[in-house]
Design a protein around this ligand. Sequence first.
Ligand code: ADP
Ligand code: MG
Length: 267
Amino acid sequence: MSAVSPTIGAEVDIAQLTKVYHTRESEDVLALDAIDLKIERGSFVAVVGPSGCGKSTLLSLLAGLTPISDGQITIDSERVIKPHSKIGVVFQSDLLLYWRTVVENILLPIEIKGLDVKKYTAKAEELLNQVGLAGFGKKYPSELSGGMRQRVAICRALIQEPGLLLMDEPFGALDALTREQMIMDLQTMWARLGNTVLFITHGIDEAVFLADRVIVMSPRPGRIDLDLKIDMPRPRQWSRVHEDPTFHGYVRQIREIFEAKGILVAH
Ligand SMILES: Nc1ncnc2c1ncn2[C@@H]1O[C@H](COP(=O)(O)OP(=O)(O)O)[C@@H](O)[C@H]1O
Ligand SMILES: [Mg+2]
């Protein structure tokens, strides 16, 4: 029997969310301007937008790591005012501690919370198994490739069975082949776990491939330019979608928005 029970995805409601950074050196920065966004339980939502449009800010506000200037966020009807165990976060850099083994890294949030580490060890192993790293628990981060380390970071984010998984350009630092594999594996993992995912990226192709909905953000101040429903059957195959005119249609629609604003698009 699996030690990892299926998670019920959280429901997210973002209303009139505004963020202003006050800096001593320069003028105030309006990073997000009255964003409204409702995310359904268990859905996979990707956010794409140019650098500096407020994607990481949005994630940080959702995670309760940065104070909101105006508006509000609720996760399962609870207002976000501080970091919450319902949320798991994965960043572009894996942020693993090099002096701790893989399992010890995954169990870090449990230890910080003062929960019983022993109780979660089997679950850590099971998560490693799910991401294809069975038997790697006693290795150190330096013994793993970039892709493997990012898999460990995903396990660490999932250890507390978060209803909402936030991912900020998680595959941005990986080589192309590893990235493809990670994209496919994330789809499989999400299908199994059922949690809600907010996936931030500047890769239009990975956004369309993975998501139920792609939110396209405008350059600063961040607003929502397009909320695009991706209607393609699952599981999706990375090699096949590239021959699919529906896939290309979605990608084109997003590119056109960026191009109209003079933003260069990499993919
Ligand atoms: N702590 C901060 N203090 C001041 N300005 C910030 C801070 N964090 C981000 N910003 C500014 O807010 C804007 C949005 O940043 P960010 O959310 O990191 O964008 P993205 O992730 O889309 O690249 C940028 O102009 C950035 O310079
Ligand atoms: Mg960012």
